[in-house]
Design a protein around this ligand. Structure first.
Ligand code: SF4
Length: 377
């Protein structure tokens, strides 16, 4: 059987999440769900499937202690649906406590090392991405947004960490890669551990919400937290992992690298509809077979659109699943309904996002001033 791959820079494929948990030591989220007063859609729909030390964050929430929610998004293109999932988790975990601060890293070093995009090219996209985050519900008052390339703490930490890792260690986690990608991995470890530096409040729980394919970065940061524990007293970072969304074109995962596999929040409603209407499905070859055997929602990217993004509530997800698997729902109608929901979401989101561009610039300015002022103390 083909092994599941976790490649933060490539085509990850996960067929068996239980096996993945076993192989990489990721713990299931399900036993912790009773501790959430109001679980998010990601938690209650099993989209967030795995975690590391999530209990630290839940304890911080219960005891009203400070914690950070940290994730980075590469400003190589407009937000795509995978970025939206990370953003949804960041917004949700920030909402759990007034003591939660989001650290949002604009991963422009990674956009350069992985995609060859200059810092100048990614600067514009970065502002739109921050506006996307705000439109998705991020509380700007408790957010620090910064560019990797401009944040000296991140650069300093990655330089320090570069003496603590060997080629073998990086090869074991990431496989054989170009040095630039190893560098960006160290920079991301700097991102993950920065919220615990003394001038930013010192050691504290940090939650990293990411897709399953980003687990190598979390493992590296946790190894480094342990390695530099005596120097910085780092608390090992916690993580929550969401599933990878099935690709509309039948590939293993939606990816920005393959536009037809999904759509971005900048694609026109017409284009997004077109991709959904042309999507691969879990349907049968004929209507007669579909009615008799039912569809296969579990392998259907259109079902993922409902479950991960656009279903109005749990009952709606369940209805789509039941009607599909019992053969009372046909793929053409199902795709048309999903396309309508996506169009509605995209139109509303874009309106909101475009009205938040000034707020995004303001957040970046305030964050830079705050980080500079803390550095001077
Ligand atoms: S009916 Fe909908 S959910 Fe079921 S296989 Fe067809 S498109 Fe997918």
């Amino acid at each position: 059987m083909e092994k599941d791959r976790l490649d933060p820079w490539g085509q990850s494929a996960v067929k068996d999440y239980a096996r993945l948990q076993e192989e990489f030591g990721i713990e299931p989220v399900a036993p912790l769900i009773p501790r959430f007063k109001r679980p998010s859609a990601h938690l209650s729909r099993g989209i967030d499937f795995g975690q590391r030390d999530l209990v630290r964050i839940l304890d911080a929430v219960d005891h009203n202690k400070p914690f950070a929610v940290m994730s980075g998004i590469k400003p190589d293109l407009a937000f795509h649906l995978g970025n939206k999932m990370t953003a949804d988790d960041m917004v949700y975990f920030q909402s759990l406590s007034k003591k939660a601060t989001v650290f949002y890293s604009i991963a422009d070093v990674e956009a350069y090392t992985d995609n060859g995009l200059s810092f100048k090219e990614t600067a514009k996209t970065a502002i739109r991405n921050v506006a996307d985050m705000l439109a998705l519900g991020l509380d700007a008052e408790r957010t620090i947004a910064y560019k990797q390339s401009e944040e000296m703490r991140v650069m300093r930490l990655s330089t320090i960490f570069s003496r603590g890792v060997t080629n073998n260690m990086l090869r074991a986690i990431y496989g054989e890669r170009q040095i630039g990608l190893y560098l960006s991995a160290l920079v991301q470890a700097g991102d993950i551990l920065m919220p615990q530096l003394p001038d930013l409040g010192g050691p504290k729980p940090v939650l990293v919400p990411v897709g399953a394919d980003q687990d190598p970065h979390v493992r590296l940061a946790r190894d480094l937290a342990a390695k530099y524990g005596s120097e910085f007293s780092f608390v090992p970072p916690s993580a929550i992992y969401h599933r990878l969304e099935l690709a509309l074109n039948g590939g293993s995962k939606m990816s920005k690298r393959t536009p037809e596999s999904g759509f971005t929040l900048d694609d026109s409603s017409i284009e997004a509809s077109r991709r959904i209407l042309n999507s691969f499905t879990g349907g049968r070859d004929t209507v007669e077979e579909q009615r008799r055997l039912g569809g296969r929602a579990d392998i259907c990217p259109v079902y993922d659109l409902y479950r991960f993004h656009f279903a109005s509530d749990e009952a709606h997800v369940q209805t789509v699943y039941d009607e599909c698997t019992q053969g009372t729902r046909l793929c053409g109608d199902c795709k048309r309904e999903a396309a309508g929901l996506a169009r509605k979401f995209l139109d509303e989101h874009r309106r909101k996002r475009d009205s938040m561009m000034d707020e995004a610039k303001d957040l970046l300015r305030r964050s830079r001033d705050y980080l500079l002022s803390k550095g001077r103390e």
